[in-house]
Design a protein around this ligand. Structure first.
Ligand code: ADP
Length: 604
């Protein structure tokens, strides 16, 4: 059995240490501090001082004599001797007989000195040390840790970050969904009166970098309430029980601060399905159980709203997503063309941009990019402007930075032989020509044969004109043909093939396979799903769900499909051999050509 450890040593532990230290301090140090210094002298000195009338106060004790000088500033001590006349001589010498040479300090002073002063000292030291520890625990300037940092939950008091819905571009549906929460936090009575209760938990699901964290902060910002933020993985600790105690602590703080927003990022780290395997992850399951209990434990109208983000909603435990817990799901999808443009504009406000920048074009070029990637593109463009010693960012910077984000930086010192450069030029023109000749393919934006750090020796950038939500079978086939166009050009022109097409092959195969196994686009299998998508937001891995024989048939079908498109691409290129040569020669000389230049030569 594993020991359940407490997260921190209990407070009693610290009190014991303080009391112990106080006792040591009292017994060892204080007597020395409080007493006056006593000088040991021999009996002869005492006698001569008496004779010389130098004694101030004297005290004869059982085993020693204490006496002071005339000014009472020094205390002496000497042993006892048989001396019957001593009292008389001392009296004659004018000494004062006293029982209290060593002054007894007043009760008040002793309380002050022996107890209060040390306590003040220790508390002072404790304060300094705990402040240091808290600083170390990462309480930033606008973030505060409570409860000795037990849950590490940061609370952004009154959302000093000030993120508002207007900072989150696009994502209109998600914002609309969350506006209700803001309204509730502003005016809970409106809801209470009618008897409606807010969902306790809202799950934000979507691919990474689409602004889930931002949206959660924006809800807190709009509602002007505290924002507690914690990542799922922060709950899971080495010792069983610690995560659960953190959850308890987080909810305790949240209830104290209600109305407020609690945000749990990457909730799948604790909320994964409990699979009941022997030797499962005890700590994670305990933490999840505690979370479930806490969510049941508070009423819907306490004003604590829990937002959680994940990009793997399918892996969450059903207990977590049942009504009464995270019962509302808000999809935060990759932005569409309009959304991308808005995100670009929002981030472009933070940098200096030339007036003539065409954001629509940039948004079109960056198809499929997430909000985080678009923010990165803007930043890359600004960095490029600085590198080129300009004080503002231009269209060219932005276009180049898209390529940097997609394909990596230009490789300055990659030297291709003439022959290689020629092959790459034909390869790229092959893609572009096949794309352009198939009426349904998107227009070519740019073709380049400048090698990139990602390993690409060149590429053809295609741009979708508008938003595409559906693709016809023909469009997918044309896309496959375009992928095979590069290799086809090499075959048509050089009669030999190179390794340059590996990425094209991968893409073409993926599409062809999806057509058959997911989209039901083959006669033989009709509308039967052969593959299931495992995690739609993280790359969309698939797993086959069919027999080995069917699998073999699928493989044959895929080969057939790709082959047919490959042949089609070859035919297109052979029919346009003259244009292929002309364009490739042009690209070979220029290294980078635009879509317009390409179309001009093609239509001449
Ligand atoms: P997620 O939590 O979905 O992974 P974040 O909210 O952390 O993504 O977003 C990361 C960054 O991407 C943000 O800091 C912001 O700069 C940018 N970003 C993402 N989506 C948007 C958006 N819709 N509008 C503006 N910026 C965005």
């Amino acid at each position: 059995m594993k020991e359940v450890k407490k997260p921190r040593k209990p407070l009693l532990y610290y009190y014991c240490i303080v009391v112990l230290l106080l006792l040591v301090f009292n017994f060892l140090t204080m007597p020395y501090l409080a007493r006056r210094r006593i000088i040991q002298v021999d009996y002869g000195t005492f006698m001569s001082m008496t004779e010389n009338r130098e004694i101030g106060v004297v005290e004869i004790q059982d085993n020693q004599i204490l006496f002071t000088n005339k000014d009472n500033t020094i205390v002496y001590k000497t042993g006892l001797m048989y001396d019957p006349d001593l009292t008389k001589r001392l009296y004659e010498a004018g000494a004062i007989f006293s029982g209290e040479i060593i002054e007894k300090t007043s009760p008040f002073m002793s309380l002050l000195l022996y107890w209060i002063l040390p306590i003040i000292i220790f508390v002072g030291i404790g304060q300094i040390m705990s402040k240091k520890l808290m600083d170390k625990a990462g309480g930033g300037s606008n973030a505060m840790s409570f409860g000795m940092g037990k849950s590490n939950a940061k609370v952004y008091v009154n959302s000093s970050e000030g993120i508002k819905f207007s900072d989150v571009a696009g994502e209109d549906e998600a914002k609309e969904n969350l506006t209700e929460i803001v309204d509730y936090l502003h005016n809970p009575n409106k809801y209470k009166e009618i008897g409606a209760s807010m969902p306790k938990g809202i799950l934000l699901v979507g691919p990474p970098g689409t602004g889930k964290t931002m949206l959660a902060k924006a809800v807190a910002g709009e509602a002007n309430v505290p924002f507690f933020s914690m990542s799922g993985s922060e709950f899971v600790e080495m010792f069983v029980g610690m995560g659960a105690s953190k959850v308890r602590d987080l909810f305790r703080q949240a209830k104290e601060k209600a109305p407020c927003i609690v945000f749990i990022d990457e909730i799948d780290a604790i909320g994964k399905k409990r699979d009941g395997q022997i030797g499962g992850n005890d700590e994670r399951e305990q933490t999840l159980n505690q979370l479930l209990t806490e969510m049941d434990g508070f009423e819907g109208n306490t004003g604590v709203i829990i937002l959680a983000a994940t990009n793997r909603p399918e892996s969450l435990d059903p207990a977590l997503t049942r009504p009464g817990r995270f019962d509302r799901r808000v999809p935060v999808e990759l932005p569409d063309l309009k959304g991308r443009e808005e995100i670009l504009r929002v981030h472009a406000k933070k940098i200096k941009v030339a007036d003539n920048v065409d954001f629509t074009k940039i948004a079109r070029m960056a198809s499929g990019a997430s909000g985080a990637e678009l923010a990165n593109i803007i930043n890359e463009a600004a960095l490029r402007a600085v590198r080129n010693k300009r004080s503002y960012t231009t269209q060219e910077d932005l276009e180049e930075s898209i390529e940097v984000v997609i394909a990596g930086y230009q490789k300055k010192n990659a030297i291709l032989t003439d022959k290689e450069k020629c092959v790459v030029a034909y390869h790229e023109i092959g893609h572009a020509l096949v794309a352009a000749k198939q009426s349904n393919s998107a227009p070519v934006q740019k073709i380049t044969i400048v090698p990139r750090t990602s390993g690409a020796l060149g590429y053809t950038m295609q741009v979708e004109e508008g938003n595409h939500y559906l693709m016809t079978q023909e469009e997918i086939e044309n896309k496959i043909a375009t992928y095979t166009g590069g290799r086809a050009a090499e075959e048509v022109v050089f009669g030999a093939v190179t390794t340059g097409a590996s990425n094209d092959i991968e893409q073409a195969t993926k599409l062809a396979r999806a057509m058959i196994t997911q989209y039901g686009m083959s006669d033989e299998f009709d509308m039967v799903a052969m593959e299931t998508v495992n995690n739609q937001y993280l790359g969309g891995d698939t797993s086959l769900a069919c027999s080995a024989e069917t699998q073999a048939k699928i493989d044959r079908k895929v080969v057939e499909l790709v082959k047919k498109q490959h042949e089609k691409a070859k035919t297109i290129l052979m029919e346009n051999r003259k244009k292929l040569d002309e364009l490739s020669q042009y690209l070979y000389e220029r290294e980078t050509i635009t879509g317009d230049e390409f179309m001009k030569i093609l239509n001449q």
